[in-house]
Design a protein around this ligand. Structure first.
Ligand code: ADP
Ligand code: MG
Length: 276
């Protein structure tokens, strides 16, 4: 096992289109600006995933790691600002059903890169599928992205409820995205926190807001990271402020702080019991 603790941050939110991928990408680049070595893992097989958003060409995937022909290092893509990207693949879909050699290959593959990273950011898919749950409960930090729409709030709540009641996740960090003002973000957080305080045994912490900014859409169109395309834009400045906070979170001590813990936990069968 490596002795270098790593921060593993899952970015999730329940609903699609709330800005999870944009937050994941730009938070990763902003952390890299703070001189952290960042790997962004794309755990979404949907359409607007990380490689598409950044115009990266995927040559090999996790499937090539599982069959032993490539190391994780071989399949990492070079993203903006020096971040590395683990591209999404259909291989990721069946993580809980890997054969013993595949399981070992993946654990080994991650151990192999553990010395070269400080932060692993995981961009998850929309919804509350087993895959989303697997990635989130394996991470040390869970960032919930919400925007001020009833469906975003109810979906975020449903996801936190499931994670809290069935998977022992007790701490959530909240980002209000596409806000019109700092106050709107704060109120959105208070709304969500109010429901969680009443019905869940979890603590919510407000990480901050990212304002609505036309530059985000432009960056997506140009397949560039917002932070690189418009470094002084409102949204870039906000995301940098969030990155400073993320950077200040302590890394977990003990086995939980190691990348092997994340990967072993990720590969555990996802045993959801009750209804939600
Ligand atoms: N802060 C923002 N300001 C303006 N538009 C945004 C912002 N964040 C996200 N968007 C828009 O929302 C779309 C969906 O964002 P995306 O990150 O792909 O969401 P998700 O990953 O949650 O599905 C983006 O293509 C972009 O146009
Ligand atoms: Mg996305």
């Amino acid at each position: 096992m490596s002795h270098h603790p790593i921060k593993v941050v899952a970015v999730t939110g329940g609903k699609g289109g709330v800005g999870k991928t944009n937050v994941s990408v730009n938070l990763s680049v902003a952390l890299a600006e703070l001189r952290r070595r960042v790997v962004l893992m794309d755990a979404d097989l949907g359409l607007a995933n990380v490689d598409v958003l950044l115009g990266l060409k995927v040559t090999h995937t996790v499937a090539d790691v599982l069959d032993g022909t490539h190391s994780l290092r071989d399949i990492l893509l070079n993203g903006p600002g020096g971040i590395k990207v683990v591209p999404a693949t259909s291989g990721v879909q069946q993580l809980a059903q890997l054969s013993t050699p595949e399981h070992a290959a993946l654990v080994h593959a991650f151990s192999d890169i553990a010395d070269q990273l400080d932060v692993l950011v995981v961009d998850t898919a929309a919804g509350i599928s087993d895959m989303v749950v697997s990635f989130v409960r394996a991470s040390q930090e869970v960032v919930i992205v919400v925007c001020d729409e009833p469906s975003s709030i109810t979906d975020a709540y449903a996801l936190m409820k499931l994670l809290n009641k069935e998977h022992n996740v007790y701490r959530f960090r909240v980002i209000a995205n596409m806000t019109r003002s700092a106050q709107e973000g704060r109120l959105l957080f208070e709304k969500l926190n109010g429901v969680c305080e009443r019905f869940l045994d979890a603590s919510l912490q407000y990480l901050g807001h990212v304002p609505f900014d036309e530059n985000v859409r432009k960056a997506v169109q140009q397949r560039k990271a917002l932070i690189e395309m418009a470094p002084r834009s409102k949204a870039s400045l906000a995301i940098r402020a969030l990155a400073e906070k993320v950077d200040a979170w302590p890394v977990q001590s003990g086995p939980r702080g190691h990348l092997e813990f994340f990967i072993e936990r990720l590969l555990e069968a996802n045993t959801t019991s009750g209804a939600y």
